[in-house]
Structure formats: structure tokens, C-alpha cells
Design a binder for this molecule. Structure first.
Ligand SMILES: C[C@@](CO)(OP(=O)(O)O)[C@H](O)COP(=O)(O)OP(=O)(O)OC[C@H]1O[C@@H](n2ccc(N)nc2=O)[C@H](O)[C@@H]1O
Ligand SMILES: Nc1ncnc2c1ncn2[C@@H]1O[C@H](COP(=O)(O)OP(=O)(O)O)[C@@H](O)[C@H]1O
Length: 284
């Protein structure tokens, strides 16, 4: 059994406030890309996880993978004993602002519901997801969404133009989310005003240019290479908009089509993690 765990990109990220517990209130437009980890499950009496793939090495030393935490939480919530051999094929860089860990956790919840033949009502599933991370609820459906609250309030995204292309680039520096939030200075941004949809990529880029990622400046302060990545993305042929995703350090460039994005990614420095393609096609 197999479940894709697609990368998320925050097309903009406004920090609109702060809760008493220190978590930040956000307004963000989230889309999912064909760039993905994949999680595999096979029958086995005990629960285990192996890490594979080009980015698996970065996680091998960590004691508690989000996939195993998701599995244990689901088992506890449904009263089953956790079982199965899980293999995570890791392609997305760790701690990079494209939600790889959150996508893996969401994929584990979905895959194990099928594998263990358990059903959890959508509201309870969303609550379980939120316990694993603020970004996990939006990753459960892996569809474009307007994300607010600390990540738990999900609404429809504006209708997106078909065939969008996206280039991702990461300078191979891990940025820890809490450190970037801590480095943020200044006040809060307003909620963005968005239209019901965009007819083409240029119109979308124009409206998105009026928004921002409020974590971009603090991330550049902690990791100046983010500035170099943004400059390189802006110089790509066909780039309509370049911005950092989430708490970084991965940045994206929006292009009018996926083929142009695939070609453009090859122009970036080979020592960076780089990817070009289209949006994730959510299975019906
Ligand atoms: C910033 C975002 C934007 O999509 O993406 P990433 O950079 O992680 O990809 C997310 O809100 C991250 O979500 P996630 O990575 O699941 O965060 P969590 O594990 O829940 O929280 C990690 C830490 O980030 C800070 N945090 C996270 C979310 C939020 N709304 N406010 C916060 O202040 C807190 O310091 C928290 O302890
Ligand atoms: N399967 C996983 N993939 C990525 N990170 C994981 C995973 N399991 C646990 N982690 C931990 O979660 C952290 C990623 O969190 P975060 O900084 O929010 O990443 P991102 O910005 O990519 O969403 C990593 O530093 C790592 O310690």
C-alpha cells in the first residue's frame, strides 16, 4: 500500500497575530506540488519504520519520526494495536518550509486508516492532525487551501489557473521553524484580500505580489543564502513571482507552465536542492 506525501508551498504567509500560548495566527494560501515523499506499508505484526530515498539520511539519527508519532496517535485514538512495516521514501529536504514532515505525518494518518481498516470522522481526524503539527491538517487533503488560525482553519482557495509551473530551490541549509518565528520583528499584517479566482498565471502573480511572506526577512537574517536563492529564481526565464515558502529556507518561483518550470530548475546551481514541475493532482 502506498500514499503520496506532496510538498506544500505557502504562496503568501501573513502573520496576523499571536495567541496567548505563543503560537502565531496566520493567513496563508497553500498549494501542493507534484514533488513528494512516498510512504509504503506492508503487513507485519509490530510497527516499524525504515527511511529511504535521497533525503532519508538527514532523519536517520532522529529518535521520533513524525510518521511513527502519527501511527501511535492513530492507534491510541482508534483502539487498535499499531502494526505494519512502514518505509518512507524521502525526497523533500528536512526542515525546509515545504512541510515534508507534516506531509509525511498526514500521509501516515491516511495510509494507516486504510491499512488498519479504521475510520475516524473528519473533525476528529483534523484534531489528531493538529496535535502532530500546525501544518498537518492542511496536508490531510493535499488540496489548495486558504489556511488561517494557527493552521487549523481551512477554507477554499481561489480558483487557480490550469497548468501552473513551480520551481523550488533550497540552499541546503536547514531552518528550524521556531527560530524563524522568534527572529520576526515588527507588528502584524492584515488578512489578504483575494479574488474568487484567477484566469491566468500573470493575474495570479500580480495579486500575490501585493501579499508577502512575513517570515522571509527573519529567515534571510538567519540564513543569508535565502537572499541568493531568491535572486537566482527571479532571474529564471518566465519567472512571474519568487518568494520563500513557510519558514524557509526553500523558495519558489511561479511560472506559467510546468514544462517551463522543469526546464528552468536545471539552470539553478547543482549544489542546491532544486525541483521544477506542476501542482499535485489530488486523486478524486
Ligand atoms: C510556518 C509554517 C507555515 O505553513 O510552515 P513550515 O515552515 O513549518 O513548513 C507552519 O505554520 C508551521 O507548521 P509546523 O511545522 O507543523 O509547526 P509546528 O510543528 O506545529 O510548530 C513548530 C513551532 O513553530 C511555531 N509556530 C508554528 C505554527 C504557528 N502557527 N505559529 C507558531 O508560532 C511555534 O514556535 C512552534 O513551536
Ligand atoms: N518524516 C519527517 N520529515 C521531516 N522532518 C521530520 C520528520 N519526522 C520528524 N521530523 C522533524 O521535524 C522537523 C521539521 O519540522 P519543520 O521545521 O516544521 O519542517 P518544515 O519547515 O519542512 O515543515 C525536522 O527538523 C525533523 O526534526
Amino acid at each position: 500500500m502506498l500514499q503520496a506525501a506532496p510538498a506544500k508551498v505557502n504562496l503568501f504567509l501573513h502573520v496576523t497575530g499571536r495567541r496567548a500560548d505563543g503560537y502565531h495566527l496566520l493567513d496563508s494560501l497553500v498549494v501542493f506540488l507534484a514533488a513528494a515523499d512516498s510512504l509504503h506499508w506492508a503487513e507485519a505484526p509490530a510497527l516499524s519504520l525504515s527511511l529511504d530515498g535521497p533525503e532519508g539520511g538527514a532523519l536517520r539519527a532522529e529518535p521520533d519520526n513524525l510518521v511513527l508519532r502519527a501511527a501511535r496517535l492513530l492507534a491510541e485514538a482508534t483502539g487498535v494495536s499499531p502494526r505494519g512495516f512502514l518505509r518512507l521514501d524521502k525526497h523533500l529536504p528536512v526542515a525546509s518550509g515545504i512541510g515534508g514532515g507534516s506531509a509525511d505525518a498526514a500521509a501516515a494518518l491516511r495510509l494507516l486508516c486504510r491499512a488498519w481498516n479504521v475510520a475516524v470522522p473528519p473533525d476528529a481526524m483534523a484534531a489528531l492532525a493538529l496535535r502532530l503539527g500546525a501544518d498537518v491538517p492542511v496536508c490531510l487533503a493535499s488540496r489548495p487551501a486558504r489556511m488561517e488560525g494557527v493552521g487549523e482553519l481551512l477554507g477554499p482557495a481561489p480558483a487557480l489557473p490550469p497548468g501552473l509551473g513551480m520551481v523550488l530551490a533550497n540552499p541546503r541549509v536547514a531552518l528550524a521553524t521556531p527560530a524563524v518565528f522568534r527572529a520576526r520583528a515588527g507588528g502584524f499584517s492584515p488578512r489578504a484580500a483575494l479574488p474568487p479566482g484567477w484566469a491566468d498565471a500573470a493575474a495570479m502573480a500580480r495579486d500575490l505580489s501585493a501579499c508577502r511572506n512575513d517570515l522571509e526577512a527573519p529567515a534571510i537574517g538567519l540564513c543569508p543564502a535565502v537572499g541568493e536563492v531568491l535572486a537566482a529564481l527571479r532571474a529564471l526565464p518566465g519567472c512571474l513571482l519568487a518568494r520563500m515558502s513557510g519558514s524557509g529556507a526553500t523558495c519558489f518561483a511561479l511560472l506559467p507552465d510546468a514544462a517551463a518550470a522543469t526546464a528552468a530548475a536545471t539552470l539553478l546551481p547543482p549544489e542546491w536542492w532544486r525541483w521544477g514541475g506542476g501542482l499535485y493532482e489530488t486523486p478524486a
